[in-house]
Design a protein around this ligand. Sequence first.
Ligand code: IPD
Ligand code: CA
Ligand code: CA
Length: 272
Amino acid sequence: MTPHSVPAPSPADLAPLLQLATDIALECGELLRTAGPPRAVEQKSSTVDLVTELDRRVERHIVERLRATRPDDGLLGEEGATRDGTSGVRWLIDPIDGTTNFVYGYPGFAISIGAEVDGTPVLGVVHDVLLRETFSAIQGGGATLNAMPIRVNALADLSTALVGTGFSYGAQTREAQARALRHVLPAVRDIRRRGAASLDLCWVACGRLDAYFEGDIGGAWDIGAGSVVLREAGGLITSLDGGPPAPPALLLATNPALYETFRALLERAHAD
Ligand code: IPD
Ligand code: CA
Ligand code: CA
């Protein structure tokens, strides 16, 4: 520790924050399960990027609940909530990750609430609304799925890896993503595109996927919570150059045994 650095928060410091985030995520899950079909569907960054009145309502609920208990914290939400705090804690909120799935009633959407302390992600809750699965983690405390410990797979052979990915809302970027897929698909067991980045990370964390990669992800809210779950389950998440993940730059997530070969494959795929 340097003389001016602040000690990292312990799991005991973070436990009340995790409880708060979990309570809020479960409330929002109930709200979405009982709200009926989504109304007022609008387009956002492109014709294929959707937002509904419920995305905004859920974000408002999360922000109100956080501010009532933690008025000094900062926050950043996908649907526009933003606030500088003074406590060193900043919440990263994706009120509905997987909005396209939500609009279609296609299972695979989640409430994602993460927190960073002095810029380091330290806590995450991802609640899969229809499966009623809650992934959570605090730095140094391990990761759980519905309170049971989870761990990434140990697979080291890329040719038998089940790999998740996602696609941009921009047509031009999708063309480049399709070109890269031509290199990845023949080199792995198969590809999955589930439609919610937070769940992709949690599914690597619990072994339902071996690896995940995606470029042009919307923002820090997409990965704030899932990245903590993944790391606490023993996984790695980085940008393609090995540095910290930094949306919209391409990021990859795997277990440590697959990491280097997967990164090399993605480098070749994206050099094309
Ligand atoms: C999107 C989903 C999708 C991913 C996109 C994200 P949204 O979030 O996570 O799987 O491919 O990059 O923007 O718009 O549903 O909150
Ligand atoms: Ca999202
Ligand atoms: Ca969203």
